[in-house]
Write a protein that binds this ligand. Structure first.
Ligand code: SF4
Length: 363
């Protein structure tokens, strides 16, 4: 099963952007205003780990109970993997990232700034106003880097271009069962949004959507929830067991399908509204009920037989919600199973066996 779509690699994309004298920002998870970077001609390239980093480099600077997203991110930086970046961005989405935002300043060159931004925990007008204010601080910092002061029109255009890319990602998610591709190929495409410019991603997504078939893929339908599907071998393992991922509630993908921006006159407020009104997310302190309702909705709409919580080891926000989510799913008659993984490690055989047993129980 293949889509026959050539996805440009991360380094190739960065090099192409640099050829046009563009700046590059290394952005740590999770929520940030892509459109703002775009309006300044800065390419945001996200850092989810990555699993290939030599984690021993960062380990000596972090507590042993720090999640692998932070440990590998710091290790990758210390190993020179982020030398290509002109600046760093660490949204304060959880305590770990907040600590990392302070720590990495000790390891980056003095002429490369590290920006942080706080995310509000609610969806009130006051939260939107607060986040718009945060974005205004980031905008001033980006202006210092890019020497550009985007006009109102340029900001609106950037917002609309990014919104089209998010809408394309949303369509991919909704039509995934009809796409002729494996679980892994699907995520390679969707996750290229982590580094591709919005137009490029939209174009690739539309190519894929043009290949949608009439018949849905066969297999045991499951929903995945967690941080990020790394190592991506997980997707191959599920494929080999006959499972089809039909929806996700990952921080890296499903929980960043922001709603279309509103019509507010102030572009920064529009950006803030979009992020603040995004899907329920543990790192933004949403209610248990909202998260459960969202998960139940994913299961019901996709016809999934069960949910796998694929957690990054030591991820406190995800762990905190787990008991309530499992209980709520159980009450609704939906089986779920949780596994925990250090994203830099190979999948342990024991975990694969346990997943297999869970899927057998579902079928
Ligand atoms: S894995 Fe969890 S604890 Fe680690 S950075 Fe992501 S949200 Fe924070």
């Amino acid at each position: 099963m293949t889509l026959n779509i050539k996805i440009p690699g991360r380094m190739h994309t960065i090099a192409a952007h640099r050829e046009n004298s563009g700046l590059v920002a290394a952005v740590f998870p999770i929520h940030y205003p892509r459109a703002l970077f775009r309006a300044h001609g800065i390419l945001p390239v996200e850092v989810w780990g990555p699993p290939i980093a030599d984690k021993t480099l960062g380990d000596s600077h972090l507590q042993a109970y720090t999640c692998s997203i932070a440990r590998l991110g710091l290790s990758y930086l210390m190993g020179g993997g982020l030398d290509v970046a002109d600046m760093f961005v660490v949204p304060h989405c959880c305590d770990t990232l907040q600590g990392l935002g302070s720590l990495i300043r000790d390891f980056i060159p003095r002429d490369k700034p590290c920006f942080t931004l706080y995310l509000p925990r609610e969806k009130r007008d006051a939260d939107i106003a607060f986040f718009a204010e945060e974005l205004s601080t980031v905008a001033a910092e980006l202006q210092g880097m890019s020497n550009k002061a985007p006009t109102h029109e340029a900001l609106i255009e950037a917002i609309e271009t990014e919104a089209r890319a998010t809408a394309a990602a949303d369509q991919l998610m909704k039509r995934r069962l009809y796409l002729p591709c494996t679980n892994r190929a699907f995520y390679e495409l969707v996750r290229s949004r982590e580094y591709l410019p919005a137009e490029q991603f939209t174009s690739l997504a539309n190519q894929a959507l043009a290949a949608v078939e009439d018949r849905e893929k066969q297999g045991l339908k499951i929903v995945l929830s967690g941080v990020v599907p790394e190592p991506m071998d997980l997707l191959d393992v599920l494929e080999d067991m006959g499972a089809v991922v039909v929806a996700d509630d990952f921080l890296s993908t499903g929980r960043r399908l922001y709603p279309p921006p509103g019509r507010h006159a102030d572009p920064l407020t529009r950006m803030a509204e979009s992020v603040v009104n995004g899907p329920p997310d543990a790192t933004r302190g949403c209610s248990f009920d909202d998260r459960l309702a969202h998960l139940l909705g994913l299961v019901q709409e996709s016809g999934a037989a069960g949910v796998i919580f694929y957690h990054a080891k030591f991820c406190e926000p995800e762990q905190f919600y787990l008991p309530a989510l499992k209980k709520g799913l159980e009450a609704a008659g939906i089986p779920s199973y949780r596994v925990e993984q250090d994203i830099g490690d190979a999948l342990p055989g024991q975990m694969v066996t346990r997943l297999e047993a869970f899927l057998e129980m579902l079928s």
